[in-house]
Design a protein around this ligand. Structure first.
Ligand SMILES: C[S@@+](CC[C@H](N)C(=O)[O-])C[C@H]1O[C@@H](n2cnc3c(N)ncnc32)[C@H](O)[C@@H]1O
Length: 251
């Protein structure tokens, strides 16, 4: 996925530093059709109010616990790109709800198209900055998991400040996870992986699941079974690039 050079904001002191630039990309006819036909059902509008979870996911199955019906687990995904991994995981875990944020319009259309093709019911998409969604729509301890796969590495030193995985965002995510919930990040950019390890490791509400189970991986986790190898990742692996998964648990 290409990364454009961010334009200079008109009023830098009043604008938060964002982890994305809105890329112009062609939306295909299939994606447009999916946006028109499936958007009304699967898109959640951004609103600066706490999300009504039952209204957002009315028609999916609910897991049955020992004490009867209980709400399905909720996973937040930030930056799903074209939605390849998202659709795969949602099909694998039909009893889990996925709240998925992406700002790239063709990607939103692409995931809606997959939802239609695979008849997925457990995904809702918020086509908005995930940071604002977290700040305004998600209360404390509402999430069972967070997925952040291959976030933009912003590899030039002067752009590093745009990286998503930084202390303040990790603290917000940790506060919104239920105890026992997890945050799973993956990257193919070694220096960002090292930053993730440091930042996640410094958050007092999180514990690294890999430290004891896999000391030989030096803090990184084996790829969890549910995360598929995407085309993009496979191409990198064939070229000899590394991939690092990090899985931390809310304590
Ligand atoms: C490098 S792509 C990776 C996409 C996908 N996860 C994958 O593994 O192929 C990162 C994506 O994150 C999205 N993104 C970055 N910051 C975001 C934010 N604050 N809210 C929502 N999406 C964001 C970008 O638009 C981009 O599509």
């Amino acid at each position: 996925m290409t990364q454009d050079t961010p334009s200079v904001p008109a009023s830098p002191e009043r604008r938060a530093i964002r982890s994305f630039v809105k890329r112009t990309g062609r939306t295909t006819a299939g994606q447009t059709k999916a946006l028109d036909e499936l958007g009304p059902r699967f898109l959640l509008p951004y609103q600066p109010d706490t999300l009504d979870f039952a209204a957002a996911f009315p028609d999916t199955t609910r897991a049955t616990g020992q004490n009867g019906i209980k709400p399905a687990p909720l996973v937040l995904e930030i930056g799903f790109g074209m939605g390849e991994a998202t659709a795969h995981i949602a099909a694998l875990l039909p009893d889990t709800h996925f709240l998925c944020c992406e700002v790239h319009d063709p990607g939103v259309g692409a995931l809606l198209k997959r939802i239609g093709e695979q008849d997925l019911r457990n995904i809702r998409i918020c086509a908005h900055d995930a940071v604002e969604v977290i700040d305004h729509m998600l209360p404390e301890q509402c999430l069972d998991g967070v997925h952040i796969f291959f976030p933009d590495p912003w590899h030039k030193a002067r752009h590093n400040k745009r990286r998503l995985i930084q202390g303040p965002l990790v603290a917000k995510l940790a506060a919104r996870l239920k105890v026992g919930g997890y945050i799973h990040c993956a990257t193919d950019w070694q220096e960002y992986a090292e930053q993730m390890l440091e930042v996640l490791g410094a958050e007092p509400l999180l514990k690294n699941t890999a430290s004891q189970a896999h000391p030989e991986l030096q803090g990184y986790a084996p790829k969890p079974h549910y995360r598929p190898l995407t085309k993009f990742e496979n191409r990198g692996l064939k070229l000899g690039h590394g991939v690092w998964d990090l899985v931390f648990e809310r304590v």
